[in-house]
Unconditional design. Structure first.
Length: 175
């Protein structure tokens, strides 16, 4: 194998791409908004058809019901196939208790994948922020890849807001 890996080029041997990526342009940085899940259901968003994302950060607010429980959130990125292959798994041991609204956030940083969140207040919003090394340089996602949460002890009345994803988006012209 030779050459350099990038969002638009897959290295091959000898200096000829075996499977060249056909991505249009230089990409554009944007904030993509996921779907609002049903009440009591975790986030589950899919990279749109014809797109390739370089994912930089994620934010999503969780409003917890009055039901007493310590909710902890894990973030998964997988290929959404019948036999799931998980590419990224970020755990969080910081609990969100009953009747709280917290924005869970993942930004590039220096933490391990299982480091507890840092509580940061930004105006009226309390962020439970994580800074995993995994997001340094972004995570390359193909059309159909899934970004999802699993919330331990989620209550039927808990509500996630639509997640917001900071991405560099490319159009995959080979799709």
């Amino acid at each position: 194998m030779s050459d350099f890996l990038s969002a638009t080029f897959e290295p091959a041997w000898p200096s000829e791409p075996l499977h060249p990526r056909k991505l249009a342009g230089h990409g554009r940085i944007r904030t993509a908004t996921g779907a609002v899940p049903a009440v009591g259901v975790d986030i589950s968003d899919v990279v749109p058809s014809g797109a390739v994302w370089l994912l930089y950060s994620i934010e999503a607010a969780l409003v917890t019901s009055a039901a007493v429980a310590n909710r902890t959130v894990n973030l998964f990125i997988d290929d959404a196939q019948s036999t799931v292959t998980r590419r990224v798994l970020l755990t969080d041991t910081t609990a969100q208790t009953a009747t709280q609204t917290r924005t869970h956030a993942w930004y590039p940083g220096t933490d391990s994948i299982s480091t507890a969140s840092v509580s940061i207040v930004d105006g009226a919003i309390t962020l439970l922020a994580k800074f995993p090394q995994t997001l340094l340089g972004g995570v390359l996602l193909n059309a159909g890849d899934k970004i999802r949460t699993t919330t331990a002890l989620i209550d039927v009345a808990d509500q996630w807001a639509a997640a917001r994803y900071r991405v560099m988006e490319y159009i995959d012209i080979a799709a």
